[in-house]
Design a protein around this ligand. Sequence first.
Ligand SMILES: [Zn+2]
Length: 167
Amino acid sequence: METPRYLAGYPPHLIAQVRALMEQGRLGTMLGQKYGQPHTVRNDGQLYEYVQDMKDRHLRQSAPLGKVVYDGKLQVMKHALGTHTTISRVQGGRLKASREMRIASVFRDAPAEFLRMIVVHELAHLKQAAHDKAFYRLCTHMEPDYHQLEFDLRLYLTHLDATRGVG
Ligand SMILES: [Zn+2]
C-alpha cells in the first residue's frame, strides 16, 4: 500500500498505525465513534451565516467576508484544505480587495467538527496568507483542538478515498 496522499509528511509509525486500522477495516468505525455529529449547514446561504458567526466571535477586526460557497469541483488536497483567493478590482478609483471563500463540498456531508476546522483554517487566511507559525497560532486560538482535528480530517479523507474514491 502506498502512503495515503493525505498523510504525506507524517511520521512512518503514525502511517503504519493508520494502515493497520484500514487493513482491519476499523478506520471508518473509529472515526464514526469519535465524530458522530452531523451539521445542518446544507447550502451556501447557511454556510455564509455559519462563517460570519464564527468570524464575529473570533476575528471581528479582519477584512469583511466576500462570497462564501460550497464548491463541488474543489479538491481538498490540491488546494491545501480549501482555497483562499483575493480578488482585487478597481472600485471608484481605489483598489479594493474582496475575499472569496470556497469550501470543498465534501464538507457538506462531513462531521460537524471537520466543517468547523476547515472554516477556522479559511478564516485564519483572512489574516495570514501562508501556512506559517502565526497562521497556526490563529487557528488554535479559534479552535484549541485544531491540530488534532486537522489530522483526523486527513484520516477521514483517507477513509473516503479508500472506500468511495472521492478526492
Ligand atoms: Zn490554507
